[in-house]
Ligand binder design. Structure first.
Ligand code: SF4
Length: 428
């Protein structure tokens, strides 16, 4: 029987979809040749905003319409955080984030009995990291490894701690073995990802440096990249230790959310803009040509014009390499939803436009600053226009024209020009 896994959301979900794919293949199912047709569809949902939930529902309804006889399995953050939703009525199996390992056996039971299964277990205190591993990845040049799950933070706008439970971390021995397997498959770059990655090892007395150093020992891994980080636990000693690992890419996606202290406080974020700036300075002083990227939210409950302007000025002053700007959307079950002075959509859109304009101009400056430098680029693919596309250590996208076969090759490139969203160069 054939199956498809459809992934919505973040890098952690991508990793977990790969885990489920490998479990299904081991159990004798085969991947469908078509994305639109299969005997079994596994939908790995995201619930980060209410828009994500609407996308999940729309997708599930479309699959059911086009495939009335297929088995539909729903898993991921929406089924975990919102175990009651009318869309589950048209699904055959609903599981949460805690029992993905059982998916293949649940499907087999359903195929025999035609019974519907509803298996969403709530997260428990003291829960341990699910010992799942992958041996391959969809992308050819870099593979992701989930090393941390859960979050203890409860930011006022975020539902994720309800969907993911408390912080728990992958065993370093298992991390080493998984990175070794992926390296043997030819992956030169490993991306370490988590829900609150900065908290890796918090419950075992370790920290993220231990994970980076573990992967750095694996022969064949040439680059290690970190997924999104929270600005916590990143003290000067930690940064100094990280900087000793020469395989670590100097690209840090350091979640900001707001550049205004009053807004950060209402968001229940646990740092000030001054502390954030200090972390950025320490990173820039410790890593050559370091790129700092972030997420910024506009229009959080109670954000006045003055607060927004403070946020805008702060964001501009950091000169981020890239910023993902998004408008706050209310989330049922969070503290933010209950706060007074919610912001009108028109104001949010206006603020979003202003923030994007500033951050796009800062991105152009960042790319322009790369011109003249010579950097190793890991090439990924040949574009339809004949140019090869790859990334530097600090994740600058680079295009070059070459007749050589460069897929999966790391080569030195001189950057000769910059456009709005990438740099162009030539092989040295
Ligand atoms: S740190 Fe805040 S935003 Fe990030 S997952 Fe935890 S609660 Fe959500």
């Amino acid at each position: 029987m054939t199956f498809n896994v459809i992934t919505l959301g973040c890098k952690v979900n991508q990793y977990e979809s790969q885990v489920m794919t490998e479990i299904m293949l081991k159990d004798g199912f085969s991947l469908s040749a078509s994305k639109d047709n299969a005997d079994i569809f596994i939908v790995n949902t995201c619930t980060v905003t209410s828009v994500s939930d609407s996308k999940n529902r729309k997708l599930i309804r479309r699959i059911r319409r086009n495939n009335p006889d297929s088995v539909i399995v729903v898993t991921g953050c929406m089924s975990q955080a919102f175990p009651e939703d009318e869309v589950y009525e048209i699904c055959d199996i609903v599981v949460g984030n805690t029992n993905r390992g059982e998916i293949a056996s649940l499907i087999k039971s359903h195929l025999k009995s035609k019974d519907k299964f509803y298996e969403v277990e709530t997260h428990k205190t003291g829960e341990v990291f699910e010992p799942l591993m992958i041996s391959d990845f969809e992308e050819r040049t870099r593979a992701q490894i989930k090393i941390e799950d859960g979050c203890n933070r409860f930011c006022a706008y975020c539902i994720i701690p309800y969907a993911r439970g408390r912080v728990r971390s992958k065993d370093p021995g298992e991390l080493f073995e998984e990175a070794k397997t992926l390296s043997a498959k030819g992956y030169k770059e490993i991306v370490l990802v988590g829900i609150n990655l900065s908290c890796f090892g918090q419950e075992t007395g370790q920290n993220l440096c231990d994970a980076v150093e573990t992967v750095a020992k694996v022969h064949g891994v040439e680059r290690i990249r970190l997924g999104s980080l929270e600005p916590e636990r990143l003290d000067p000693e930690f940064i100094e230790r990280l900087a000793k690992c020469k395989k670590l890419c100097p690209q840090f996606h350091l979640s900001l959310q707001s550049g205004c202290d009053e807004t950060l406080k209402r968001m229940n974020r646990h740092y000030t803009t001054a502390e954030y700036r200090e972390i950025v300075e320490n990173l820039r002083n410790s890593f050559d040509n370091c790129s700092i990227t972030t997420d910024v939210m506009v229009g959080f409950a109670g954000e006045t014009d003055e607060e927004f302007n403070k946020s805008l000025d702060f964001v501009h002053s950091i000169r981020f390499g890239k910023v993902h700007v998004f408008s706050y959307s209310r989330r049922k079950g969070t503290k933010g939803d209950l706060l007074p002075n919610q912001i009108e959509q028109s104001v949010k859109s206006e603020r979003s436009k202003r923030m994007i304009a500033v951050t796009e101009s800062d991105r152009k400056d960042f790319l322009q600053n790369q011109v003249g430098g010579v950097y190793p680029v890991l090439f990924e693919r040949k574009r339809p226009d004949g140019y090869w596309e790859g990334y530097t250590m600090n994740y600058t996208p680079v295009h070059i024209y070459s007749n050589k076969e460069l897929s999966d090759v790391i080569a030195e490139v001189k950057i000769i020009s910059a456009s709005d969203d990438y740099c162009s160069g030539e092989l040295v």
